[in-house]
Design a protein around this ligand. Structure first.
Ligand SMILES: [Mg+2]
Length: 392
């Protein structure tokens, strides 16, 4: 059995172009789907997939670990930058889909088998509608409460918000008070039975991140995400040491070695590998084992397209330390036309039960993809009040 071709299918979904990867074999009708979506880098990833595929065309698709080693270590440069890491991830996910189809079992059975009956989902405020999540003003605590209630009305028992405003490297009390007011309003609205998460989007400096973490500690967040840049790993560790709130991070880490460093610093209580960037399901399995040894939970980063979601869920059904899965459902109205999913969502409590279909259990509709060709992603740029550059 041989891989004969690797194709990319780009589908514009407003904020992102979903990059679907189709790995085709010499067996009639046998192919696998992966995803390699990387906002604002679509052309580079499509090119990187073409480059990386030179290593694996002609190889046996069943030798997933061997192919992962090839893609990571050959061509001199390792797969630890985000463009190549994303390309490798897209191909790797498709290989797990193919292997499941060959053995006629869902991919989670190949990753150790089912360890749980269902997976809890969490939403972004607004359900993935970019304006609600990213552009709700931090001085509008009432709007945060309204959107929180909307998430609960949609059945979610957990949601994530961006209640921490953009701040310069150092600012006074005002942004801290804004964040506190927003989180207090959400907690008042939903009570203690619903889990609230705050994503700092790695905007704050280490000192501002520490101040936000301390101020929000009394509100019992489920987790506090990316309190500062991933390059400041020691500072993230310092923040985690200073508060009882679990710190979550890892969506921008693109090698197993970076996760090793994060864990050895005890910098996070929740790892958020993005299966579309970290090196695919093969890397995610290595990361889960390291996290288990440290007693750390896993909640994958998953704001992209439907293949990423299917892969994140298949991984979750076989991963003991997996706690919850990020999802978006309101990004584009035609999301459900692109994919037929094998798993089922209970919309009354937003839990997912596993798929019995082989591989990732999905069918991708290529005709719908063609209706939404590549478009340049909308820019999301941040400047501080004085015009200096900030982080989005
Ligand atoms: Mg995040």
């Amino acid at each position: 059995m041989k891989i004969t071709r690797v194709e990319t299918h780009v589908c514009n979904a407003r904020m992102r172009n979903w990059i679907f990867v189709k790995v085709i074999t010499d067996q009639p009708g046998l192919w696998g789907w992966g995803e390699a979506t990387l906002e604002w880098h679509t052309r580079s990833v499509v090119g990187a997939i073409e480059d990386v595929s030179q290593l694996i065309v002609g190889e046996d698709p069943r030798r997933i670990e061997h192919l992962w080693q090839m893609m990571n270590r050959q061509h001199f440069w390792h797969g630890n930058n985000v463009v190549r890491g994303t390309a490798i991830s897209g191909i790797d996910i498709a290989l797990w889909d193919i292997l499941g189809k060959i053995h006629n079992v869902p991919s989670h059975e190949l990753m150790g088998g089912k360890v749980r009956d269902f997976i809890r989902l969490y939403s972004h405020l607004g359900g993935g509608k970019m304006e609600d999540f990213y552009q709700t003003k931090p001085d509008d605590a009432n709007r945060f409460a309204e959107l929180a209630l909307q998430s609960v009305a949609e059945g979610f028992s957990a949601f994530k918000s961006m209640a921490v405003p953009v701040t310069d490297t150092l600012e006074g009390l005002k942004p801290i008070h804004y964040a506190e007011a927003c989180v207090a309003a959400m907690r008042d609205a939903v009570g203690v039975d619903v889990d609230i998460m705050v994503d700092c989007h790695a905007r704050p400096s280490p000192r501002m991140g520490m101040q936000f973490a301390k101020a929000l500690e009394p509100y019992g967040l489920y987790f506090f995400e990316e309190p500062c840049w991933p390059e400041h790993m020691t500072d993230i560790a310092r923040i985690q040491e200073s508060v009882t709130t679990p710190v979550a991070t890892g969506e921008r880490l693109t090698s197993i070695h970076a996760f090793r460093d994060l864990l050895s610093l005890r910098a996070a209580s929740v790892l958020q590998p993005d299966i579309v960037h970290c090196g695919g399901l093969t890397a995610a399995l290595k990361i889960r084992a390291m996290a288990e040894a440290y007693g750390v939970s896993i909640a994958p980063h998953n704001p992209q397209g439907p293949v990423s979601t299917a892969a994140s869920l298949e991984f979750g059904f076989a991963t003991p330390n997996y706690i919850i899965c990020e999802t978006v459902h309101n990004d584009v109205p035609w999301r459900e036309e692109v994919v037929q999913e094998g798993f089922s969502i209970n919309k009354s409590n937003r839990t997912v039960t596993p798929s019995a279909k082989p591989g990732l259990g999905i069918e991708i509709n290529e005709a719908i993809i063609k209706k939404h060709p590549f478009e340049q992603e909308l820019p999301q740029r941040v400047f501080y009040k004085d015009g200096a550059v900030g982080d989005w």
